[in-house]
Design a binder for this molecule. Structure first.
Ligand code: RB5
Length: 219
């Protein structure tokens, strides 16, 4: 992605983006990678150790069905104006299509590291959010307010934003995108909760959860 390099603060390594992406498989490495300082040259990256976000140019994968097509086109132009690289995964017209195809494409792009974040759009945002969340490495957040978009990043480390083109106007959608890209994950207590989002082994329906406690108590 252009000439961007990341300094992974906790690891003390300067790595090309793709190497960082591949090295973040464990929770520790992922947490470290989230605290990177981003820069287009080595020296700039080493001095300012603040948490950064996607206000710096990033690659955004975007996908929509026919209901979200017009909003996608508008957001795409807006994001490009802000200097982001756009991976437009369709659809490319207002002809009727199936929203899961585009949500899956965006999910794949984010999880593979081809994109830093994803935006998926359908009429309500519901279908694309359900589809995107079928990928276990995706945390897609359906947001209808700026507060939700902010909290989706701060608490849920959401990597995909889902929007409903029939429920939000353009400015509302743009505000959600801006906050989603500009907000950092808070980490801390949220790491433990994110870890519990992992798919459960088959047959392990409530490992150590509230229902198991009730069962033990004979309720
Ligand atoms: C398409 O009419 C509509 O069903 C779709 O865009 C979406 O809202 C589904 O969740």
């Amino acid at each position: 992605m252009r000439d961007a390099y990341f300094f992974v603060a906790r690891c003390g390594e300067l790595l090309p983006r793709r190497v960082v992406t591949q090295s973040v498989a464990t929770p520790d490495r992922r947490a470290a990678a989230r605290r990177f300082v981003r820069g287009t040259c080595v020296n700039a990256a080493l001095t300012d150790m603040t948490e950064t976000d996607m206000t710096a140019p990033a690659t955004i994968a975007i996908g929509a069905d026919h209901a979200g097509f017009a909003l996608k086109e508008w957001l795409k132009a807006r994001l490009a104006e802000s200097g982001h690289a756009i991976l437009d995964l369709g659809t490319h017209s207002a002809d009727s299509v199936d929203y899961p195809d585009f949500a899956h494409a965006v999910s794949d792009a984010v999880v593979s590291g081809r994109a830093d974040r994803g935006v998926v759009i359908c009429g309500t945002g519901i279908g694309v959010s359900i589809a995107a969340n079928r990928n276990p490495a995706v945390r897609a957040a359906l947001c209808q307010s700026v507060d939700a978009a902010r909290l989706a990043r701060q608490h849920n480390d959401a990597n995909v934003l889902a929007l409903g083109a029939r429920l939000l106007d353009r400015d509302g959608a743009a505000a959600c995108v801006d906050v989603f890209l500009a907000t950092a994950y808070e980490g801390g207590r949220h790491d433990r909760r994110l870890a519990k989002l992992s798919p459960r082994p088959a047959g392990d329906s409530d490992p150590g959860g509230p229902l198991e406690s009730l069962r033990r108590e004979g309720v």
